[in-house]
Design a protein around this ligand. Structure first.
Ligand code: ZN
Length: 203
């Protein structure tokens, strides 16, 4: 028995349960979505399930910047129009989307896939720091922009990276304080992000 679920048909319960696992989707929304899909044309449901499976089957990580990509190196790393003297460090792939949206940053990226968090057991070895240092070695990078979130974990990670990168003779900057404490980059609006990028300061 599915506790807490009404005695509806098992396939519907199953769909509700799966939708309920998605971030930001509570039981009520999961129910609404499930019944919406039930009424929708079969083609619609098929396109949705195909899109979900394609993401899992076709998307890998760029071997250079660790962004999610369907080609390796990713489209940003392989673009001749990007400024290779700058690398912007972010916690998650979706942070790149937010920064790209501002259209003012033309450098490369590096995705850490997390932030250092002793309380959650995430150490320096658990995120892509070693790969970053390898990348910085023998590279034409002149500036590393630390764009980790402005919460405790993001700040700790930025400080740690500055400590590692500054001795390499590379300029290290941090997004300006225009971002309020606790900001997750992916949710920051364009104006705030643009201001934070333009006002970045050397650490
Ligand atoms: Zn890449």
């Amino acid at each position: 028995m599915n506790q807490g679920l009404p005695p509806t048909a098992e396939p519907i319960n199953k769909l509700i349960q799966e939708l309920n696992k998605l971030p930001g989707i509570g039981p009520k929304s999961a129910q609404r979505l499930a019944y919406y899909l039930l009424r929708a044309p079969e083609e619609h449901a098929r396109l949705l399930s195909d899109a979900i499976l394609s993401v899992k089957q076709q998307i890998t990580l760029c071997s250079s910047c660790f962004n999610v990509t369907d080609v390796d190196p990713c489209r940003i790393c392989r673009s001749a129009e990007r400024d290779r003297s700058k690398i912007c460090i972010v916690e998650q792939p979706q942070d790149i989307l937010a920064l790209e949206h501002t259209r003012i940053y033309k450098g490369l990226y590096h995705v850490l896939h997390g932030a250092i968090s002793p309380t959650e057991g995430v150490g320096t070895e658990d995120i892509r720091i070693r790969e970053l240092l390898e990348r910085l070695r023998d590279s034409p990078v002149e500036e590393v922009i630390l764009a980790t979130n402005t919460n405790l974990e993001g700040e700790q990670t930025a400080l740690y990276l500055n400590h590692l990168i500054a001795p390499l003779g590379i300029k290290v900057t941090r997004l300006a304080r225009g971002l309020p404490f606790g900001t997750e980059l992916e949710y920051a609006d364009d104006v705030t992000l643009t201001r934070a990028l333009e006002g970045r300061q050397e650490l």
